[in-house]
Design a protein around this ligand. Structure first.
Ligand code: SAM
Length: 282
């Protein structure tokens, strides 16, 4: 089943949570010069023009990135959000917010000559968009293939460090379990791998399969963050957004706690953030 298209949701509150976290993760990782293999297992398109018919249909970005964009002058000096908004501005042709970048863009933007980037996208149409929207560079490749299998097949990587983003569409409930199994394999082969996993908070509560599975697998050093917009309500769908980080760089948990505590009330009046160590160091 490959019905999901991220263009319908581009720039929503969950994208802001995920990409702000990714931005700070990339900042922390690229402070050291040693090379990193970046893998984006579920890449999507790369860039989303907000005027596109699909994006305008639900216009979820209005309750997400647009809320921050409108306040960007006031937020410019805020360390957690100002630098992220400044990077976002580099993609716009003027003062209006016209385009929202997906994870391939955020990763590509941070890429240094010594790093490598592999983008997996299985949907043929989405992969074609990715092909036309991302500029080619010698150390980046786009693969039309399954991202979780592809990540496992690449291990161990040829660079000293590995950083993966796992961001499935969770169209199949089995995907929660597949993410756990993938992380088990990653940790077995690359103990110090840094991995960011995104998951939705939906009334069915399937994300608990993922979170409890990670604990039962005894994977150490997992930090998690959840932004909850409202109470779970079967009629209103996704009520929050979650991130799990394996082996976050030193003090990134504190940076992200501050960033997301600042972000949550800007997204919705009653939104709250909760960050905690999900599993401890072994
Ligand atoms: N990571 C993107 C971002 O942050 O901008 C959004 C990704 S979207 C949530 C999930 C994407 O995964 C969709 O484009 C979907 O077509 C793709 N996909 C679904 N199953 C996949 C698989 N097994 N391997 C790779 N890509 C897959």
């Amino acid at each position: 089943m490959l019905a999901y298209q991220h263009a319908y949701h581009a720039g929503n509150f969950a994208d802001v949570h995920k990409h702000l976290g990714l931005f700070h993760l990339l900042e922390a990782l690229t402070r050291k010069s040693s090379a990193i293999s970046f893998v984006d297992t579920h890449a999507g398109r790369g860039r989303y023009p907000l005027a596109a018919t699909e994006t305008q249909k639900l216009a979820e970005y209005r309750e997400g990135v647009e809320r921050l964009w409108r306040r960007r002058q006031a937020l410019a000096a805020e360390p957690a959000l100002g630098a992220w908004l400044a990077r976002l501005a580099t993609l716009q042709s003027g003062p209006a917010l016209e385009c929202y970048p997906g994870s391939p863009w955020w990763l590509g933007d941070a890429l240094r000559p010594q790093d490598r980037l592999t983008l997996y996208e299985l949907h043929p149409g989405e992969h074609q968009h990715l092909d036309t929207q991302m500029t080619t560079s010698t150390n980046a490749q786009r693969l039309h293939a399954d991202g979780l299998k592809g990540l496992c097949q690449r291990l161990p990587v040829p660079t000293p460090r590995l950083c993966a983003l796992i961001d499935p569409s969770y169209e199949r409930k089995e995907e929660y379990r597949e993410v756990v199994d993938t992380l088990v394999q990653v940790v077995r082969k690359v103990r110090h791998a840094v991995v960011m996993i995104w998951y939705p908070l939906l009334p069915a509560g399937r994300h608990l399969t993922l979170l409890e599975g990670l604990r039962e697998a005894h994977i150490p050093k997992l930090w998690r963050s959840e932004i909850t917009l409202r109470e779970a309500n079967a009629e209103r769908g996704m009520y929050g957004s979650g991130l799990v980080l394996l082996n976050p760089p030193w003090q990134l948990d504190q940076t992200l706690d501050h960033a997301f505590d600042t972000l949550a009330p800007l997204l919705a009046e009653r939104a709250v953030h909760h960050g905690e160590w999900w599993t401890a160091e072994r």
